[in-house]
Ligand binder design. Structure first.
Ligand code: NAD
Ligand code: UFG
Length: 372
């Protein structure tokens, strides 16, 4: 019988790519999402990309009754828990919002899983649990130290899972500690389009390239990195999604019972902010304006994963490089911009035409990946 996976938050940026990869790998999938940070249209797009059906339940993971009913009704074998809030700055401004949403979501889900006898979990954790890393690359045994309430929720949930497994060794879980997920699906049908001003570098660079922002503000030029700007381990969201399929496969094996593994998902290569801007300029075909401004509070100089445990344990490694991440992000933003009928990208906010070569028109879809 085909295994069924529940993806909480499956309509979100990472979730939509995870669901796509699960369907491509032959799993049945149910999405539970309240659409507080996504659009139901994403589900139609996933069907279009994969040619497969996906079940959708519109609901809140904090509603234990709903979660338990979904687990039973769809005969769910394993859960990938992505639902939650993720903005670091917002969590500092309103910690109780983050504790209320993220912690209650996890409590509700784990209680429902116990009630329904579902004992396999993949949890979306984050490299934020390493705080400011002391040594690079960061291995899973590095000291954890959170610097904001969002990160604290990730750490507390990991620890909640430890305690649950200690009390019930029939459970098994993998917490995937994502480094910096970026890019979009090759069809440009799903990707990240944050509402308002983006907090993260990639969407900000993409919106600047699209003429929606004047210039990229580079937070700090005096870090101890090759060019003085912050360094991160960017990972293509499709690589990241494939890591979840590998984690599900691993967890389904009997001898995982009683284990809670923490696994880094990163590439092992770091790029600076200026290297990202340069690669993105290459992808879109014109220079992206930027200015170096003071450091952003709380930022690490550098964060790069040691991905060897993921290779050893899941047989997984990232395959896409920075150029591909930029190309796919740009194709996605261009499609969204065209769909929203924004002013042409070559017109700068000051009304002047930039001295750029004509915008390459990315294909709206890759026809060989589409199903009608
Ligand atoms: P996202 O906001 O795009 O996706 C989250 C999804 O969960 C959205 O569709 C949202 O509507 C849904 N959701 C939120 N609260 C819910 C609730 N109470 N009940 C049901 N659905 C709910 O975020 P993302 O970037 O796809 O992140 C997914 C997960 O990965 C999050 O847990 C996030 O903390 C974690 N993560 C993300 C990053 C990153 O850089 N994007 C890095 C590390 C970890
Ligand atoms: N940066 C800029 N300008 C911007 C935005 C970012 O220079 O407008 C810089 C940052 O200073 C940093 C790098 O670009 O050096 C990456 O910043 P992001 O905000 O894109 O990513 P972070 O590494 O700060 O944080 C992200 C997520 C966190 C998550 C962490 C680890 O936002 O939730 O990765 O996974 F915890």
């Amino acid at each position: 019988m085909t295994k069924c996976i529940l993806a909480t938050g499956g309509a979100g940026y990472i979730g939509s790519h995870v669901v796509t990869e699960l369907l491509d790998a032959g799993y049945r999938v149910v999405i539970l999402d309240n659409f507080e940070n996504s659009d139901p249209d994403v589900v139609r797009r996933i069907k279009r990309i994969t040619g497969r059906n996906v079940s959708l339940v519109t609901g809140d993971v904090r509603d234990r009754g709903t979660v338990e009913r979904v687990l039973r009704m769809y005969n769910v074998d394993a859960v990938i828990h992505l639902a939650g809030k993720k903005a670091v700055g917002e969590s500092v401004a309103d910690p109780m919002l983050y504790f209320g949403d993220n912690l209650n979501g996890a409590i509700s889900l784990l209680t429902a899983m116990k009630g329904a006898g579902v004992s396999r979990l993949v949890f979306s954790s984050s490299a934020t649990v390493y705080g400011i890393p002391k040594t690079l690359p960061v291995t899973e045994s590095a000291r954890v130290s959170v610097t904001n309430p969002y990160g604290r929720t990730k750490l507390i949930i990991e620890e909640m899972i430890d305690d649950l497994i200690a009390s019930d060794p029939t459970f098994a879980a993998i917490s995937l500690r994502y480094f910096n997920p970026v890019g979009a699906h090759e069809t440009a049908l799903i990707g990240e389009n944050p509402r308002g001003i983006p907090n993260n570098l990639f969407p900000f660079v993409a919106q600047t390239a699209a003429g929606e922002r004047d210039r990229v503000q580079v937070f700090g030029g005096d870090y101890d990195t090759p060019d003085g700007t912050g360094m991160r381990d960017y990972i293509h969201v499709v690589d990241l999604a494939k890591g979840h399929v590998a984690a599900i496969r691993r967890m389904m094996s009997e001898n995982e019972t009683g284990q809670h593994r923490r696994i880094n998902l990163g590439t092992g290569t770091g790029y600076t902010v200026l290297q990202v801007i340069e690669a993105f300029s290459k992808a879109c075909g014109f220079p992206i304006p930027y200015a170096i401004v003071p450091r952003r509070a709380g930022d690490a100089a550098a964060s790069v994963a040691d991905p060897s445990y993921a290779k050893q344990c899941l047989g997984w490694r990232a395959t896409f490089g920075l150029d591909r991440m930029c190309q796919d992000q740009w194709a996605f933003n261009s499609r969204v911009q065209a769909a929203e009928k924004m002013p042409p990208s070559r017109t700068r906010p000051n009304g002047k035409m930039a001295e750029y070569s004509p915008l390459p028109q990315p294909p709206l879809v890759a026809p060989d990946r589409l199903h009608h």
